[in-house]
Design a protein around this ligand. Structure first.
Ligand SMILES: CC(C)(COP(=O)(O)OP(=O)(O)OC[C@H]1O[C@@H](n2cnc3c(N)ncnc32)[C@H](O)[C@@H]1OP(=O)(O)O)[C@@H](O)C(=O)NCCC(=O)NCCS
Length: 186
């Protein structure tokens, strides 16, 4: 499975991505608006990566690794890992987000980018391709995908608006927190 845009390549998250993901998820700025706002431990990232692998194996969709495509020819031909585009069951309030068995049934969309990759439009570019595949295309065939964000996360809300997700409003139904809910569907 591979999705390509002008500048990016997306493929299923792999166990070999653990170091790269654990590295940027240890950055407090990246985790500022995620869950409890604390940097993610390597152990927690490892459990997320293991769950991502299971999603792909059992359901045929799941979190994507986002890579900046290398330039063709000469120096810089290697793809560079820039982040993750999430597609996985959401944690409803009252359940443990780390307990992946308890998640769902709604499918959540989201993105985590390494700080050095912010501000280039990568999240928007990746999100458009993944959502098109997940909802309308020949991919996950989801009738509805949702996204929730910390109401103060302006960059994330802007990305969700740019990719055409519909603002539903504030909710406390997920992650034991008040979040801003968006949806997209057929
Ligand atoms: C949210 C995140 C993915 C955005 O990535 P990105 O590649 O920089 O996003 P894009 O460049 O595609 O778009 C960001 C948009 O938000 C805008 N923006 C950025 N910071 C902003 C702020 N503080 N206030 C208002 N708008 C802001 C940008 O101007 C841009 O909009 P524009 O194209 O209209 O100018 C990135 O910051 C990130 O990984 N953050 C940490 C993890 C996270 O919070 N993920 C979201 C979980 S719901």
């Amino acid at each position: 499975m591979r999705l390509e845009t002008e500048r990016l390549a997306m493929r299923p998250v792999d166990t070999a991505d653990l170091d790269a993901i654990a590295s940027f998820m240890s950055d407090p700025e990246v985790c500022r608006y995620l869950g409890d706002g604390k940097p993610r431990t390597r152990d927690r990232v490892a459990r997320s990566v293991a769950f991502a692998r299971r999603m792909w194996a059992e359901r045929g969709f799941g979190p994507f690794a986002i890579e900046r495509k290398g330039l063709s020819g000469g120096a810089g031909t290697e793809n560079v890992f820039v982040g993750v585009c999430l597609l996985l069951p959401i944690a409803r309030s009252g359940t443990d987000p780390a307990d992946f068995e308890a998640r769902g049934p709604e499918i959540e969309f989201g993105y985590w980018l390494a700080r050095g990759a912010w501000g280039h439009g990568y999240a928007t570019e990746a999100a458009r391709a993944v959502l098109a595949w997940a909802v309308a295309g020949d991919g996950a065939r989801q009738e509805r995908v949702i996204a929730v964000t910390n109401p103060a996360n302006e960059a994330s809300k802007r990305v969700l608006e740019k990719v055409g997700m519909r603002l539903v409003g504030q909710t406390d139904a997920y992650y034991d927190a008040v979040t801003t809910l968006y949806e997209i569907g057929l």
